[in-house]
Design a binder for this molecule. Structure first.
Ligand SMILES: [Zn+2]
Ligand SMILES: [Zn+2]
Length: 287
């Protein structure tokens, strides 16, 4: 199935400026219960220009994972993750799609009425698209320019490695690799450097250097400290330097999580891999 939803421009914009590429957060439980992996979500946003609203296709997401955000996450409880290879963001402002939206039928049939409630309001509800609607949107999306700046993803391991090399290296990497991030966001990541060191030490003290997934315990067994801190929501994709966004894991788990781009579900406290494998945290006092 294909679905259509409205992305409030302000939220879309802050997502992009924070680096939350290929995520869609919401508070609608139906997003989790109705959308299956591999299905498509079309996201439309609206901008006011000269006293009237114009509507634009913001993204077409092919869903690869569904997770829960931490409790009280400000953009909603539910998170959909789009497949970065199969999904697209489009440059906003190229072509007003009001007429396309008004010609969509939906399932069950319930076209948007002109006048009365705004298009934006009538798209706030969860809508299934018919086959002809999908054909129309696909045709429409072909004339749009994919937004390469948003879709450019820097491997998080590069950011983590640059983190190790210090503030200036990090500034350069962010400037070159993630042009879509706002200056404030770049500043936040760079100035988080010192705080991050403190948080990593707290995690190491709390778990005595063990892996939270497999409990590998290099300190007891080898008297060697080997665990690494991992940002659950990548810094390069909108994550923050707070304790609830960090886990302490062994280098093997760190490598496979990044290699697979595995996601973490805050409700079940499991890492979810793309082949369906799920690995729970076996020690998790701080989450
Ligand atoms: Zn491990
Ligand atoms: Zn990591």
């Amino acid at each position: 199935m294909h679905f259509l939803n409205y992305w409030v421009y302000r939220n879309y914009k802050s997502d992009v400026a924070n680096g939350a590429a290929f995520h869609y957060n919401s508070n609608q439980p139906r997003f989790h219960s109705k959308i299956e992996l591999g299905e498509t979500l079309w996201l439309v946003t609206g901008l006011r220009s000269n006293e009237r609203m114009q509507y634009f296709l913001a993204a077409r997401f092919v869903i690869r994972a569904k997770t829960h955000n931490p409790p009280n996450y400000k953009y909603g409880r539910f998170r959909l993750w789009a497949d970065t290879q199969l999904s697209d963001y489009y440059v906003i402002g190229e072509a007003d799609m009001t007429d396309v939206l008004l010609s969509l039928k939906f399932v069950p049939e319930n076209p948007i009425k002109e006048g009365g409630v705004t298009i934006a309001n009538s798209l706030q509800t969860f809508r299934y698209l018919s086959a002809s609607d999908v054909a129309l949107l696909e045709q429409w999306s072909k004339r749009l320019t994919p937004d390469v700046n948003i879709m450019k993803m820097v491997p998080e391991l590069d950011v983590e490695e640059t983190y190790e090399r210090g503030k200036d290296a990090l500034k350069d990497t962010l400037q070159m690799e993630l042009p879509q991030l706002s200056d404030e966001r770049k500043q936040e990541i760079v100035s988080g450097y010192r705080r991050n060191r403190t948080l990593v030490k707290r995690l190491n003290d709390m778990y005595i250097g063990r892996c939270q997934i497999c409990a590998f315990d290099p300190i007891t067994v080898y008297r060697v400290s080997a665990a690494t801190a991992h940002h659950i929501h990548y810094l390069s994709r909108g994550g923050h330097d707070v304790l609830e966004n960090l886990v302490l894991i062994c280098p093997n788990h760190h490598a496979v999580i990044h290699g697979d781009d595995a996601v973490f579900d805050y409700e079940s406290k499991k890492f979810m891999f793309s082949n369906g494998r799920q690995e729970p945290l076996v020690i998790k006092q701080h989450l």
